[in-house]
Design a protein around this ligand. Structure first.
Ligand code: NAG
Ligand code: NAG
Ligand code: NAG
Length: 425
């Protein structure tokens, strides 16, 4: 009886739901990136040697990072491989001269004594043996770290800009006033900011399959679906595609005017755009794609369609200004002028884009007030938006990189991006 009643209810009030596939199969997405290889050990070693040479050129004695994006880049030591706690574990790289007079990297990992065995199990690529200076619970870990830096007489120690303050303070105290412990400068930061061909191949596939996931999930959406159900569809597609650490924002109609969400669980009306902003990671590299789109049965107000076209135009114009040598603020400006000229300048409330790679948001950024220079290998999101509270929100986002000829290329180009109408995701 209860089943009969609920079928009757659905037939009367929500017929679309009755004919939906309750568990759509997205397994076809799994093959898209199956051929993409993770970063091999010798690339890590090459990164370490490049960092060693850069430290040598800049007169720095060492580079020190906590587990996180930078340690993941140089030593495969991510924040998920080793979670941060009150006990510091530090990646320490020092430059040294080998028998052929080349500058090479020496790696040590400062390790809490009682976890030394676990630390030594970390898959940490290195040309030579890694040393594991241990600090017992009652010792000063920073003294132990500093004594592991060979020949530390003078000079600067560069630290990961994301290092926690108490760790940086501890290091500064341990080295004393004769040394400086400072955040690594742009010459060091660029080593990770500028992606290699290997990294770009991973990022392309991650972004492509993210867009394919939005398309596959959109096929299953209908007027009357909840934001939470749409989010689950996209998350399911991304996971089926093999991406890790998946994140999804799905917002309908006026809810999309709050760029990071609203807290309600709106049902999709015919007049509503669907905004999906999502990503996941492939071999540690993060993807990020946003689409604002309409379903076949949608009846989008004309003004909202005009806004969509304006955002689309801004996205394309910004991309076409981003070359090797361009100042990041100028790319933001190009998008902003387009939206201002269209009459919606005050509703484009955020920066145009962020760098992307091992972190979802990383330096450099495409924003006013920044004078960073765009170089080959840099990768960014290009995501203009218009947000009119209580009314409508439109954002379109594809990531791009600067190729070896200095030109911008969308990471989603391989699957037909950018979209050209709200019905063509
Ligand atoms: C990097 O670490 C991951 C696990 O965190 C491991 O699967 C992979 O093999 C490691 N890579 C190298 C080159 O050691
Ligand atoms: C430093 O690394 C080189 C090669 O990468 C190695 O030959 C040398 O033994 C290392 N030195 C120390 C002190 O670990
Ligand atoms: C990119 O710009 C830098 C500095 O402006 C220049 O040295 C380099 O040759 C340029 N590379 C390409 C591929 O245009």
């Amino acid at each position: 009886m209860a089943v009969l009643l609920s079928v009757l209810y659905l037939l009367l009030f929500d017929p679309a739901r009755l004919f939906r596939n309750p568990a759509p199969d997205f397994s076809h997405l799994a093959s898209h990136c199956a051929h993409v290889q993770p970063i091999p050990a010798d690339s890590f070693v090459a990164r370490q040697d490049t960092l060693a040479r850069t430290l040598h050129e800049l007169g720095a004695a060492a580079y020190i990072a906590e587990p996180g994006a930078n340690a993941a880049f140089y030593a495969n030591l991510s924040g998920s491989a080793w979670h941060l706690s009150e006990r510091p574990l530090l990646f320490i790289l020092t430059p040294s001269v080998d028998d052929n007079n080349r500058i090479v990297a020496n790696i040590s990992v400062l390790t809490p004594s009682f976890e030394a065995t676990r630390a030594k199990l970390l898959p940490l690529p290195s040309a030579a043996d890694v040393t594991y200076p241990e600090w017992p619970e009652d010792a000063d870990p920073y003294q132990v770290a500093v004594s592991a830096i060979p020949g530390l007489k003078s000079g600067t120690i560069f630290i990961d800009g994301a290092m926690r303050t108490f760790v940086a303070d501890g290091l500064q105290k341990a080295v004393g006033g004769g040394h400086k412990v400072v955040s690594a400068p742009v010459e060091v930061k660029r080593l990770r900011e500028r992606k290699s061909t290997e990294e770009i191949e991973i990022m392309k596939c991650a972004n492509e399959v993210t867009l394919l996931s939005i398309r596959a999930a959109a096929e299953e959406m209908y007027i009357g679906i909840h934001e939470s159900e749409a989010r689950a569809l996209v998350a399911n597609a991304l996971t089926s595609a093999g991406l890790k650490d998946v994140s999804v924002i799905s917002l309908f109609g006026p809810n999309a005017a709050l760029p990071h969400g609203s807290g309600t669980d709106r049902t999709l009306a015919k007049e509503d755009f669907v905004l999906v902003d999502c990503g996941g990671s492939l071999h540690g590299y993060v993807s990020d794609v946003t689409r604002t789109f309409a379903l076949e049965d949608s009846r989008i107000p004309a003004e909202h369609l005009d806004i969509w076209m304006l955002v689309w135009e801004a996205q394309g114009i910004a991309l076409a200004t981003a070359f090797n040598g361009t100042i990041t603020a100028d790319v933001d400006r190009a998008a902003r002028v387009t939206i201002e000229t269209g009459g919606y300048g005050e509703y484009f409330t955020h920066r145009l884009g962020h760098g992307i790679g091992l972190e979802g948001h990383e330096s450099p950024y495409l924003r006013g007030g920044s004078d960073d220079i765009i170089l080959t290998g840099h990768s960014f999101s290009d995501e203009p938006g218009v947000y009119i509270e209580g009314k409508v929100g439109v954002r379109l986002e594809d990531c791009f990189y600067i190729d070896e000829n200095g030109r911008p290329v969308l990471l989603t180009a391989g699957v037909g991006a950018p979209s050209t109408t709200p019905w063509d995701i």
